[in-house]
Ligand binder design. Structure first.
Ligand code: FES
Ligand code: FES
Length: 390
C-alpha cells in the first residue's frame, strides 16, 4: 500500500513521517516516532490504554487513523513531563497505589488529567463514571479513584494547566489544521429520498453497510402497525425520541448515546417513506452532536416478511457514515457487534409495543443508548471466542 507523509504537532514538536493510509495513530507514534509511552491493549477502542489527546480531546489512538491527524495537536503521556497538574496526578497515583503493572497507566493518567481539567468538583461516583472507558486488570480501581479525588481535593487544578493547543513551533512545516465541522455530504449520485431540505443530497453508496434479519414473535400485521408509525417505533429505540410530531414523513428528533464517559446527543432530521403494499420502508437522516462535533448520516431500509406461522421477519439494510471525533467508534466490526446487541433490544421492544405491553421499567424507553453496556457484551463475546468458552 502506498505510504504518504503525515505531519502534526506531537508534544509541542513538529513531526513528519511516512505511514500507510491504514496505519493507526498508536502504531505511528510508537513505531515511526519511537515514543512508547502510549500502550496498546485491545486495539478495539475498548480498554483505553492507548488514550492520548488530539486537539485537546481524549482520543483512542488505536482506532484513530494517523492520516486523520494531519495538522493536529497530539499530546501523549510523554508530553506532560513539565506539566504541574500531571505532576500532581502522578504523585497521587504513587501515593494511593493507583498502579501495579502499569500497563493501563498512560491511558489512566491521560483520562485523569481530562477529569481534573473538566470536572474539578467531581465526586467519587462521577470519577468512576468518567473512568469507565479505561480498564485496569490489577488495581481494582480504588487507588486510582482515590488518587484523582486527592488531586481534586487540593483545589483548582484547572488554574495550573498548560494550554492544550500549543502554538506551532517556529520554522514548522506543518500545515494549518482545518478547524471545520464534520464533512459535508457527498454530491448526490445515489437514491433520492425524503422531502426534508438537504436530505435528498445524502449519498450512501460508499457508506458502511450492515444487513441483518430480526425475527419477531408477533404477526406481520401487528408488527407493521408499529413499524409504520414513527411515533410508536421511536419508543422502541433506546435513547431515541422525536422532538416534534412526525408530519408527512418528515422527522425531527434526537438520540442520546453514552459510551462510558463519552456522551453524545445526535440531533437531526430525517424522512421516512413507506410502501404499504410490500410492507417495507426507508428512513434517511442526518444528525450532529454539537459537543463532540461529530456528524452522522445514514439510511435504514426495512421489509417485513410474514411466514404464515403468526410470526414475522424484519430484513434490515443499514448504511451509515460518521465524521468527526466519535468516528473512532465507527469501526465496522465493532459497530456490527453492537448493532446485533442493540437489535435484540429493539426487537423485544417492538414485540412489547405491538402487544400493548409496558416497557419492563414501566417508564418507557431507556434514557440513553448505553454503548458501554453493549460494549461489555461485545468484549465478553470476544473473550469467549478467543478462549473457546461457552
Ligand atoms: S488499545 Fe486502544 S482502546 Fe484498547
Ligand atoms: S495497573 Fe496493571 S492494568 Fe492497570
Amino acid at each position: 500500500m502506498n505510504e504518504r507523509d503525515i505531519s502534526f504537532t506531537l508534544n509541542g514538536q513538529a513531526v513528519s513521517a511516512a505511514a500507510e493510509p491504514r496505519a493507526h495513530l498508536a502504531d505511528f507514534i510508537r513505531e515511526e516516532l519511537l515514543l512508547t509511552g502510549t500502550h496498546i491493549g485491545c486495539e478495539q477502542g475498548v480498554c483505553g490504554a492507548c488514550t492520548v489527546f488530539v486537539d485537546g480531546r481524549p482520543t483512542r489512538s488505536c482506532i484513530t487513523l494517523a492520516a486523520s491527524c494531519e495538522g493536529a495537536d497530539v499530546r501523549t503521556v510523554e508530553g506532560f513531563d513539565d506539566d504541574p497538574l500531571m505532576k500532581r496526578i502522578r504523585e497521587a497515583f504513587s501515593t494511593h497505589h493507583g498502579l501495579q503493572c502499569g500497563y493501563c497507566t498512560p491511558g489512566m493518567l491521560t483520562t485523569a488529567y481530562d477529569i481534573a481539567r473538566r470536572l474539578p468538583d467531581a465526586d467519587a461516583t462521577r470519577i468512576r463514571r468518567e473512568l469507565s472507558g479505561n480498564l485496569c486488570r490489577c488495581t481494582g480501581y480504588a487507588g486510582i479513584v482515590a488518587a484523582i479525588e486527592d488531586v481534586l481535593s487540593k483545589g483548582a487544578p484547572a488554574a495550573e494547566l498548560l494550554p492544550m493547543s500549543r502554538s506551532t513551533p517556529a520554522g514548522s512545516v506543518l500545515k494549518t489544521r482545518h478547524d471545520k465541522e464534520p464533512s459535508a455530504p457527498a454530491p448526490d449520485n445515489g437514491r433520492t429520498t425524503g422531502a426534508e431540505e438537504g436530505l435528498e443530497a445524502i449519498s450512501l453508496d460508499d457508506a458502511t453497510k450492515l444487513t441483518r434479519s430480526l425475527s419477531l414473535a408477533v404477526s406481520g400485521q401487528e408488527a407493521w402497525a408499529v413499524l409504520s408509525d414513527p411515533e410508536r417505533v421511536i419508543t422502541c429505540v433506546p435513547g431515541a425520541s422525536l422532538t416534534s410530531a412526525a408530519e408527512a414523513g418528515a422527522l425531527v428528533g434526537q438520540i442520546l448515546v453514552a459510551v462510558g464517559p463519552i456522551k453524545a446527543t445526535f440531533q437531526g432530521r430525517g424522512s421516512v417513506t413507506f410502501d404499504v403494499e410490500n410492507k417495507s420502508g426507508r428512513l434517511v437522516g442526518r444528525g450532529r452532536d454539537t459537543v463532540s462535533r461529530t456528524g452522522l448520516e445514514g439510511s435504514l431500509a426495512f421489509t417485513l416478511h410474514e411466514d404464515g406461522s403468526g410470526e414475522c421477519r424484519l430484513d434490515l439494510d443499514m448504511r451509515y457514515r460518521l465524521a468527526g471525533p466519535l468516528s473512532q467508534f465507527g469501526r465496522p466490526e465493532l459497530v456490527a457487534e453492537i448493532a446485533d446487541r442493540l437489535l435484540q433490544q429493539v426487537g423485544a421492544a417492538i414485540e412489547r409495543e405491538a402487544r400493548g405491553e409496558p416497557a419492563p421499567s414501566g417508564d418507557g424507553a431507556p434514557t440513553s443508548l448505553n454503548g458501554l453496556a453493549l460494549l461489555g457484551h461485545v468484549i465478553k463475546a470476544m473473550v469467549r471466542r478467543m478462549f473457546g468458552g461457552s
